[in-house]
Design a protein around this ligand. Structure first.
Ligand code: COA
Length: 210
């Protein structure tokens, strides 16, 4: 039964019966053991001291030009990092990405979504001085593994400004498919621009690992 059927005939949808209700009853998201480690990187929850690493990038109009957010000053970056260190709703995982020697090179996030929290949105930034080394790809692979293995998600999406070629290339490297090409739907820094949604299903991710 689809949501449309439910309006016509009443009663819960098949998804509510078989996915959302059991998940809500039995599967409250529990974070994995931190940090996540990859060959070159460590992904972990933010600490207040991380803020300084992001100040210059967030002040840059160029670096922030394709992000939804406008540039931020030092105080705003510190406030953002402070918010990320506070307990949240258990559905948003914003992670600092550092090299093994502790140098912060960017961040990544996973936001669990959908009524049964069976879907997620992934996001990423790499500080300009560390771009072009494959760090974003390596971090995102770790976040996808957390999404599909630890949280058992069914589907992960990424939303981006259609002009963000580097982010789109990253999605393609990760094997994500461009599913949605929305024209002029996205208000960013004074103009309407277009956006893409990329997606990856658990079975597609598993096929990549084989
Ligand atoms: C989007 C963003 C994270 C992509 O970063 P990126 O540096 O292009 O991606 P990676 O870190 O995965 O690096 C990939 C590049 O490193 C190269 N590379 C070098 N050494 C590598 C290695 N050991 N392993 C893998 N790739 C390596 C790859 O060949 C690739 O090069 P190319 O871009 O010339 O093809 C970055 O541009 C960014 O943070 N932008 C600003 C914020 C932003 O827009 N965020 C996204 C919002 S949707």
């Amino acid at each position: 039964m689809t949501a449309y059927d439910r309006l016509r005939f009443g009663g819960p949808t098949s998804r509510a019966l078989w996915v959302d209700v059991p998940r809500a009853e039995f599967l409250t998201p529990v974070a994995p053991a931190w940090p996540l480690r990859t060959e070159r990187l460590v992904l972990r929850p933010f600490v207040l001291d991380d803020a300084d690493a992001f100040v210059d990038a967030w002040a840059s109009e160029e670096w922030t030009s394709l992000l939804l957010s406008r540039p931020m000053n030092r105080a705003e970056v510190h406030a953002m990092v402070r918010r990320r260190t506070e307990p949240g709703d258990g559905e948003f995982f914003g992670l600092a990405v550092a090299t093994h020697d502790g140098t912060v090179v960017g961040d990544s996030m996973l936001h669990l979504q959908g009524t049964g929290l069976s879907e997620g949105e992934i996001g990423w930034t790499i500080l300009p001085e560390y771009a072009g080394r494959g760090y974003a790809t390596e971090a995102a692979r770790a976040v996808l593994e957390m999404a599909f293995v630890h949280f058992g998600l069914r589907r992960v999406v990424a939303n981006l400004d259609a002009r963000n070629d580097r982010s789109a290339a990253l999605c393609e490297r990760l094997g994500m498919r461009r599913e949605v090409d929305k024209r002029g739907d996205f208000w960013s820094k004074g103009l309407w621009t277009s956006s893409y949604e990329y997606a990856l299903l658990a079975e597609e991710w598993r096929a990549q690992q084989a």
